[in-house]
Design a binder for this molecule. Structure first.
Ligand SMILES: [Zn+2]
Length: 384
């Protein structure tokens, strides 16, 4: 039984018309996820689901619906985030207008389409009268675009045997993504009048030495054995600031590095690579002094190919799409890592579209209906 296209379209329209800009992107305007979580809760109740809200900070509401199984089966969490980035200069961000089979608006693609497909999947199972032993959950998470406080809070209270994250993948099956570490490096000098080379120690020049070695490391990273799905690790010198005035020796220079990690790499390993450089420079010149510190790390994600949820999603995708879907890794970080960190086998599959975080954002409605169908079939197999 295929998914109900008019229900999926109406649900997505409703979600896109409900403003849910993450406060970090709201340009000082009042905005949060309360309104959209309330709407999602109504949709869950209409499908007969038990509804629980989680609000770790005022207004930052996530909501989880649970359709109880008959007992004894495995539980599956269907996941989507309900926050969006900002809408500055975007024409008609909440219009949800439809042209040529595409629905336009902020969050249409990233990723209210996935949320609508999760609802469409549960509706499909109910319409078909499918009896499941395991529970089916829909998790609508706040704050994915910034700090993932929504998913972190959900996972303090809720567990499932597996999860499907519906971030957009063009209907390809994503089994891994990269993580990242933000690392601060600070070189220390001695401030002195610009004429006093005999007193000053130039922190900016010392950062220059560090950057030359970091550039070599960056090139070396890409010669390492590639991860089959996400490719090589990488890094970039993202933010650089040093010095106080033209006639003063810079007493410190601060660099923020973003290091993108592949499955298997740890924060300790990437910090050690950086410290190897600063230690070597200090051994060459005792006036070279630097501090290295991890600012934030988000882990990478990878699921075993033989996990039951992988089998279920590949089978469902092949049945709906008429061919085995492409298996991919994504270069960017997702909440999938938080799920896998607590031991929940997770697969990512989402709709077709374009314009995440861009001025024009759209999703293919046909792909959202297909996604709902895939989710329903995968759920029917996994929770049977
Ligand atoms: Zn997203």
């Amino acid at each position: 039984m295929p998914a109900d296209a008019s229900y999926v379209t109406a649900t997505l329209t409703d979600l896109v018309r409900t403003k849910s800009i993450n406060p970090a992107f709201a340009d000082g305007e009042a905005s949060d996820e309360r309104a959209i979580a309330t709407r999602a809760g109504w949709m869950m109740r209409a499908l007969g689901m038990e509804v629980t809200e989680y609000e770790p900070e005022p207004g930052r509401v996530s909501v989880v619906g649970r359709l109880r199984g008959t007992g004894g089966g495995k539980s599956l969490m269907l996941y989507g985030h309900i926050d969006t980035v900002g809408v500055t200069a975007m024409p008609d961000p909440f219009g949800a207008s439809i042209r040529d089979g595409k629905l336009y608006g902020r969050g249409a693609y990233d990723m209210k389409c996935g949320v609508a497909a999760c609802f469409g999947a549960v509706k499909t199972l109910l319409d078909a009268g499918t009896s499941l032993r395991g529970d089916v959950l829909i998790a609508c998470a706040a704050d994915e675009e910034v700090a993932s406080i929504g998913m972190a809070e959900i996972l303090r209270h809720v567990r499932a045997d597996a999860a499907i994250v519906t971030e957009p993948t063009e209907l390809r099956v994503c089994l891994a993504h990269r993580g990242f570490s933000w690392i601060e490096v600070e070189t220390l000098g001695i401030a002195a009048h610009g004429s006093r080379f005999d007193l000053g120690v130039d922190a900016n020049m010392r950062m220059g030495r560090f950057l030359a070695r970091l550039d070599k490391l960056e090139q070396e990273l890409r010669t390492r054995p590639r991860h089959t799905l996400v490719g090589p690790p990488s890094l970039h010198a993202a933010v650089l600031k040093g010095g106080t005035g033209t006639s003063t020796y810079a007493d410190h220079c601060r660099l923020e590095i973003e290091r993108r990690t592949v499955p298997g790499e740890t924060e300790e390993q990437v910090l050690a690579e950086i410290r190897t450089i600063t230690d070597a420079l200090a051994a060459e010149d005792p006036t070279f002094k630097a501090m290295v510190r991890a600012m934030l790390t988000r882990g990478s994600f990878e699921v075993r190919r033989d996990a039951a949820i992988v089998h279920a999603v590949l089978g469902a995708s092949t049945a709906v799409l008429g061919a085995q879907p492409e298996i991919i890794g994504e270069p960017y970080w997702m909440d999938a890592a938080l799920l896998s960190d607590v031991g929940i086998d997770t697969v990512v599959i989402g709709a077709v579209g374009a314009g995440a975080h861009a001025l024009e954002e759209w999703v293919s409605l046909d792909s959202v209906v297909k996604l709902a169908d895939i989710l329903a079939r995968a759920t029917a197999e996994f929770c049977a």
